[in-house]
Design a protein around this ligand. Structure first.
Ligand SMILES: *Cc1c(COP(=O)(O)O)cnc(C)c1O
Length: 409
């Protein structure tokens, strides 16, 4: 069997099975009380990603974890000690971040529809708000006055460019996110007039990008943009969040992002930055790039049947836990995530199988004609690349099955 390059090398074969952090799939399922489906997230894979990033990035660039990729509380608590800050996008995520013991001074809160109670929680805790509109800032300022707290405000800018070739574009053109660049000077004047604590800028131009060239281009444009906008602020920006968008090779034929090229170009761009940014700290906010490869979704085959000349393996999992693998989360053409038979991880591929979930909908497909070892009822199927936007981005209520278990390895 030639190993699928999308399966992280830390996932190995042991006693014929897939092993995660030295325990076989059978042992993980036993540890979860015998429950399948089960997500296992391997901290060693995340630590390796963070180490690669630190080695590739210029030293003045920190790493923030965008929690929406995977908000499992235990994982977040561990992440808080590995990265330089957490980015949250709701009061729910903020509560998890605070309970994890993360320093509020290194938490930022973005999101276009922050409600008053969310602003209150964030301002009360001393978290930085990434301000998404002038009206939102006015509401935050009023809440700050009422609480007797100085609002920590960064401006999220809707950049006049986008991150080309992205899975999801979040900048350029008319967008609900951030403040159009031409309206930022007026907002900065408001922030100064209110006496808020200006923390800097946040520019997020897109997600799931595998092109170093596109990311380098967006980072350069971001540095130029924030240098221009900084002219209108009372103080130079203490922090600039350069966004992220680093993608993962989910599908056959995808080439991994050339991280070394990105790091090198960013180093050069920072060395040549406008002097107004001389004292600024920079961060990248990454979600999937940090945690995506760490997750394995384990689901058990409960039936095997033929329909015409095709074999179907029917599992106890499905799109209600792993929407992205079914191809229904932000992809145009459905392609297979990397899959394996975890019970026979060492065995050679022997047959072409359709691996489906247990939901009554044709959308519930985990693997379309994938080559796997001869697979029997009771075998455990592993879906890799399940660490980001798995459980958290799936319609768990659809079909009313029990939620899956989650474990941190
Ligand atoms: C979703 C999101 C992220 C994380 O995106 P990934 O593709 O998981 O890295 C980062 N920043 C903002 C503002 C986001 O909305």
């Amino acid at each position: 069997m030639s190993r699928d390059h999308r399966i992280h090398p830390l996932f190995r074969e042991q006693d014929g099975e897939l092993a995660i952090a030295g325990r076989t799939a059978t042992e993980w399922i036993a540890a979860a009380g015998g429950r399948t489906p089960l997500f296992v997230y391997d901290r060693a894979v995340i630590a390796a990603k963070i180490a690669e990033l630190r080695a590739a990035l210029p030293t003045e660039v920190g790493i923030h974890y965008a929690m929406k990729a995977n908000p499992m509380p235990q994982l977040v608590a561990w992440m808080a000690g590995q990265v330089d800050g957490l980015d949250v996008a709701s009061a729910g995520e903020l509560r998890v971040a605070l309970a994890a013991g993360a320093d509020p001074a290194h938490i930022s809160f973005a999101g276009p529809g922050k409600r008053d109670f969310e602003l209150e929680l964030a301002i009360g805790a001393g978290v930085t708000l990434n301000i998404e509109s002038a009206r939102e800032f006015a509401r935050a300022a009023a809440i700050g006055d009422r609480l007797g707290k100085r609002v920590r405000a960064a401006v999220r800018v809707n950049p006049p460019f986008d991150l080309k070739a992205s899975g999801m574009r979040m900048g350029g053109g008319a967008k609900p996110f951030g403040v159009d660049a031409d309206k930022v000077p007026a907002l900065l004047a408001e922030i100064a007039a209110e006496g808020a604590d200006f923390r800097g800028f946040h520019v997020f131009a897109g997600s799931q990008n595998l092109s170093a060239e596109a990311i380098i281009d967006a980072q350069r444009k971001t540095l130029d943009l924030v240098a221009d906008l900084a002219e209108h602020a009372v103080v130079p920006p203490p922090l600039v969040n350069l966004g992220g968008g680093f993608g993962l090779p989910y599908f056959p034929g995808d080439q991994p992002l050339d991280l070394a090229a990105v790091g090198e170009a960013l180093g050069k761009a920072l060395a040549a930055r406008d002097p107004i940014l001389a004292e600024t700290r920079f961060v990248l906010e990454l979600g999937r790039y940090l945690v995506g490869e760490s997750g394995v979704y384990l689901t058990r085959a409960i039936d095997r049947k033929m329909s015409q000349d095709e074999v179907f393996i029917i599992t106890d999992g499905g799109l209600h836990h792993q929407l992205a693998a079914s191809g229904n989360f932000g992809t145009v053409i459905r392609r297979n995530y990397p899959l394996a038979n975890a019970s026979r991880f060492g065995a050679p591929d022997a047959e072409s199988l359709n691996v489906v979930g247990c939901l009554c909908t044709p959308l519930d497909k985990l693997g379309d004609k994938v080559m796997l070892p001869a697979t029997e009822v009771g075998d455990v199927i592993a879906v890799f690349m399940a660490g980001a936007y798995g459980l958290t981005a799936s319609p768990t209520a659809f079909l009313s099955h029990d939620p899956p278990a989650e474990m941190l390895a």
